[in-house]
Design a binder for this molecule. Sequence first.
Ligand SMILES: Cc1cc2nc3c(=O)[nH]c(=O)nc-3n(C[C@H](O)[C@H](O)[C@H](O)COP(=O)(O)O)c2cc1C
Length: 335
Amino acid sequence: MTERKMAHINLAARSIPESLIPDQRFNYEPLLSGHTQHSSKYSFLGKSLGHPLWVSSMTGGAKDAGVINHMLAEACAEFGLGMGLGSCRTLLQSDEYFDDFNLRPVIGFELPFYANIGIAQIEELLLNNELSRIDDLVGEKLNADGLIIHVNPAQEWLQPEGDVFLIPPLETIERFIDHLGHRYKLIVKEVGQGFGPQSLKKLFRTEIDAIEFAAFGGTNFVNIEIERKRSDHAQYMYPMGNVGHTAEEMLEFVNSQLADCSVCNKSLIISGGIKNFLDGFYLVSKSKLPSTYGMAFRLLEHAMISKKDLFDFISAEIDGFRFASKFLTIRESVE
Ligand SMILES: Cc1cc2nc3c(=O)[nH]c(=O)nc-3n(C[C@H](O)[C@H](O)[C@H](O)COP(=O)(O)O)c2cc1C
């Protein structure tokens, strides 16, 4: 007791915030809730999550990628999260890296688990009449609940070995949906620049199940490709890295324009630049559609340290989100 009191006295000076402006997104309401925790369940894409956090698509088929993937899948199983694999393109060529992606046995059948392929590969298989190879990948090989298609024209534009899209991605998606006929679920995402209003509007009118924002503000593949290239030409391309849409901007558009539309029975993975549970809570609370928040880099940086570090981070995410659910309200929604 005396020790605790002494700590309070010693730490008080250090506790004063540098900025006097509190987080403007929330009202803090200390009177209106108790501490008692009831574990909540979040229904998403036909499955039940223990916490509305999505492990956004990352890696596979490279050194250490398998270890990281298995760690991420173990975290999903432990905390009840959903997971999208990184691009599974390599599995279309060989099974050399199958173990990196074979995570259904780790994550279990109760939680959402999705394969991932680039729009360029879908286009190629479509033009070669080989789309059934995607079905085999999603179903037989990976036992996934569905497929995430990543649409990344800005990244491909800058990649030395980048793919060239022969037809607009929307058309490829629509033709893939015709082929699919709802046999498994379909999600479309960007990789860190997000989608503009016209693209979102068109996507909402397709029969996909969910959109992952992969918005601007976090990992930026335009900048990554420019750094990777390091040519004289590349150094002048940096302005491209500032192009895109933030998660908040995209959500505002979806809420204002699309949530009431009768054909828009979609779910959202709100991702791209999400730093912590407060960002996640804010955006998920504001969304008019069933939503989770997604993280890529934040999870990767902890997984690269250790499994314990990753688990500590996620456990704190859940704790913080629960606190927010009890004691914070979104400012705009206050009467
Ligand atoms: C190392 C790394 C690899 C990634 N690889 C893929 C990928 O294969 N497929 C994909 O759809 N997105 C990929 N992404 C993009 C993420 O899924 C996510 O959309 C993006 O990083 C923005 O989220 P963040 O700001 O939380 O990192 C990758 C991201 C990282 C950091």
